[in-house]
Design a protein around this ligand. Sequence first.
Ligand SMILES: Nc1nc2c(ncn2[C@@H]2O[C@H](COP(=O)(O)OP(=O)(O)O)[C@@H](O)[C@H]2O)c(=O)[nH]1
Ligand SMILES: [Mg+2]
Length: 441
Amino acid sequence: MFEELSQKLETVFKKIRGQGRITEANVGESLREVRRILLDADVNYKVVKQFIDDVQKRSVGQEVLTSITPGQLIVKIIFDELVKLMGTTQAEIKYSSLPPTVIMVAGLQGSGKTTFCAKLANHLKGKGRYPMLVAADVYRPAAIDQLEMLAKQIQIPVVAERGRGAVDIAVDSIDRARKAARDVVIIDTAGRMHIDEEMMQEVATIKTKVSPHEILFVVDSMTGQDAVNTAKAFHDRLNFDGVVLTKLDGDTRGGAAISIRAVVSKPIKFVGVGEKLDALEVFHPDRMATRILGMGDIVTLVEKAQERFDEHKAKKLEEKLRKSQFTFEDFLDQLHEIKKMGSIQQLMNMIPGMNKLPANASVDEKGLVRVEAIIQSMTKVERQKPQIINGERRKRIAAGSGTSIQEVNKVLKQFSDMQRMMKTFSKGKLPRMFRGMQIPQ
Ligand SMILES: Nc1nc2c(ncn2[C@@H]2O[C@H](COP(=O)(O)OP(=O)(O)O)[C@@H](O)[C@H]2O)c(=O)[nH]1
Ligand SMILES: [Mg+2]
């Protein structure tokens, strides 16, 4: 899947990953290469343009984390943008509260509709549903035979009536499903080699008559740009709910997978990865981006880097602690860090040598919000030199933070205790210090 595309991108990434600094020039050059590769992969040119612009914007002026290279950061940005492009959430079938849920499947001939209908029925059966297949591609007798044959393999009932019109069959099938207690109806419609008015008219009529809960558009990913144009034409007419990309197991260039969502603004819901009936996957944009970038480790890499970045900050803090230069400013930073991280336990884990917090240590994290408000109400000078905070100032701070003078006093007292303790600070003592910290209620 996407082999050529992945390989080419990897070559560019290797180059930028090795570079020590992000400059507009080297980002520019790399992105020009990425742009060319995407166009070669048959990604829609408008999509490529937007994509490159977005990556460029995010790359310039990015804070580079200490422990990753600028190149790695760009790879991560490209990854994020690729995920965004293909859809940030994975969308499921919407089921009707009143069964049966009707799913209509449309697309060009040969795109893989009939195969997908059977795969979907099989997939839903596996999830405890009771699907029924409907052969509404009545023009080619072989198409009906094909659906019947596939349905038999997976033991799913199928409505196949030779000699009747597609619209009538589809309409009747809903009632039949209800009577047979089938809760999902999957309608396989006819496709043509190319979009033509007659075919469009027929699917549009079926849509009007049966009001499907879900219309899925099947597209052969091997067809690249054409796939995107077809999708657009279908979408203008049918306003479908989601896309199914088939034949991703072939040597597809990736253009359709990358561009289609941006062009029709509808999510990719499933991907076909083989001829067999279990070769169906629920679409996950992040997994797909990983496949395209050819770097299974990219997410882990950047997450690790983020951790290392936090560690680096923690080391700096530790140094400050040792030197007794800890001010209210640092304290506030730490509170923000705690909020970001979720818990003080996690903060402790970040500090080297401090990861063994006693099991009974706990901190009231709601109280931290009030402490934060108190520090926020101090002036910069007060935060650096709390000894200047006299009665007048305490009153102002209490009023400003919506707390009481007593609470302000408590925070100041604790802070000076903390500072004192830090003078005798050694690795083993810090956890105890935090444990002793009382948060005002
Ligand atoms: N390799 C591969 N072949 C597929 C996939 N989906 C469908 N096909 C094949 O594509 C051909 C056309 O599929 P079919 O379901 O008949 O398309 P329809 O005309 O749209 O109904 C058949 O030979 C299928 O076996 C897929 O995901 N991977
Ligand atoms: Mg078919």
